[in-house]
Write a protein that binds this ligand. Structure first.
Ligand code: DP6
Length: 400
């Protein structure tokens, strides 16, 4: 199909986020409204990001999308919900604010191309960054400047938290139409400069149970999940916010681990049960507790989403020693020199007493590699026209 010249093209990037108070369960499947509020840390886009280009033209005859270079079905319901929602906001803006005379008509078809700078197959949350980037880029191209929580949320619940940098809460809201179910910054990216994030990649396999279906079954069958949403999370949201505001790592780390454990307990309480953690995940949990016990304080904290990879929070001064402990417990099988990627980690010797305290038979190859990163900013617009993933014909540029 021949395509006309794009009228406008915009390219943006968006980050991955990791929840420290987890979202699990919807009260409205269609509107993607959660049964509890959640809170996350935005990871730096230097290490993990989605880049999306959106181009509109009166000559385009249909909406089209390419993900990581392959054309995908634009008709899938979540994508359609995002497109419908952004066009509704664009129309509203035209009507109520006389609009931006230069903004393209919401009825123009759009071409979208999106890539991740990390392997989608690595089992790292890509849908949050993907849908946040989609919402943000579409808003830029159609001239929408309102809150984008709903647009991103309709793609994937956790995506609304990737619309901001730093520390972000997604308030569950109480309205039936979801207008108050929005993501809000709790503290900016610069708030806690010593905080570091290590992603321990355990498996590149596709998970058995996706989050959408998993949480649906949990809502239907787990009494523990209902209890968690009603009686546990509200106080935890307040406590986590305090820990972040006061940069209280002890409190932050302990609550992060407890909330991850409770989320996985609700998975076990789901019927039939869902297992996201594997043997290596459990070894990492053990390693973290041994490490903390040896130091007599919480120096590192793990959290796990709907998969076996661990995300570990720690402070800058502990990174080198903890990475040495991971290397000791999970000796790299092949990629010794590429075992740690991202922010540089200085080599460190593991003291003998700490080595003894780890009390685990080393498991070679259990951890495939580590991505070392930190807290980062929200979505960005790339001004350089070279960054566009779509060429002047509105089709994907050949990969460089
Ligand atoms: C365990 O946002 O992927 O990562 O809204 O159905 O797309 P959908 O689910 P999704 O669920 C994320 C679940 C989690 C916890 C979290 O990120 O809060």
């Amino acid at each position: 199909m021949a395509s006309g010249k794009p009228l406008a093209a915009v390219t943006c990037t968006a980050p991955v986020n990791i929840a420290v108070i987890k979202y699990w369960g919807k009260r409205d499947e269609e509107l993607v409204l959660p049964i509890n509020s959640s809170l996350s840390v935005t990871l730096h886009q230097e290490q993990l990001r989605t880049t999306t280009t959106a181009a509109v033209s009166p000559d385009f005859t249909e909406d089209r999308i390419w993900l990581n270079g392959r054309e995908e079905d634009v008709g899938q319901p979540r994508l359609q919900a995002c497109l419908r929602e952004i066009r509704r906001l664009a129309r509203e803006r035209r009507r109520t604010q006389d609009g931006d005379a230069l903004a393209p008509s919401p009825s123009y078809k759009v071409h979208i191309a999106s890539v991740n700078n990390f392997p989608t197959a690595a089992g790292l949350a890509s849908s949050a960054a993907g849908y946040a980037c989609l919402a943000y880029t579409l808003a830029q191209v159609y001239g929408v400047d309102s809150d984008l929580s709903e647009v991103a949320r309709r793609g994937s619940g956790s995506a609304c938290r990737s619309l901001h940098g730093g520390f972000v809460e997604w308030q569950m809201g109480v309205q039936a139409d979801g207008t108050d179910s929005v993501a809000r910054p709790v503290a900016p990216e610069s708030h806690w400069p010593e905080l570091r994030v290590l992603i321990l990649v355990v498996s590149a396999e596709k998970k058995l149970t996706g989050s959408t279906v998993g949480m649906q079954t949990s809502v239907e069958t787990s009494a523990l999940l209902k209890f968690r949403a009603e009686a546990v999370v509200p106080a935890r949201m307040r406590e986590m916010t305090r820990c972040i505001q006061e940069r209280d790592f002890q409190g932050f780390g302990q609550l992060t681990m407890r909330d991850s454990n409770q989320f996985h307990a609700t998975c076990l309480d789901t019927f039939p049960p869902i297992f996201y953690l594997n043997d290596t995940s459990r070894r990492i949990i053990h390693l973290v507790h041994c490490f903390n016990a040896h130091h007599g304080q919480t120096k590192v904290a793990y959290t796990f989403d709907a998969g076996p990879n661990a995300v570990v929070f720690t402070l800058e001064d502990t990174v080198a020693e903890f990475v040495a402990a991971v290397r000791h417990s999970f000796p790299p099988e092949s990629n010794g020199d590429k075992f740690v990627q991202g922010l540089q980690v200085a080599p460190a010797l593991l003291p003998d007493d700490l080595k003894a305290a780890l009390a685990l038979e080393p498991t070679p190859g259990g951890v495939k590699y580590i991505i070392s990163t930190q807290v980062g900013p929200g979505p960005q617009v790339l001004r350089d026209p070279q960054a566009h993933l779509l060429g002047p014909d509105g089709l994907p540029r050949p990969a460089a």
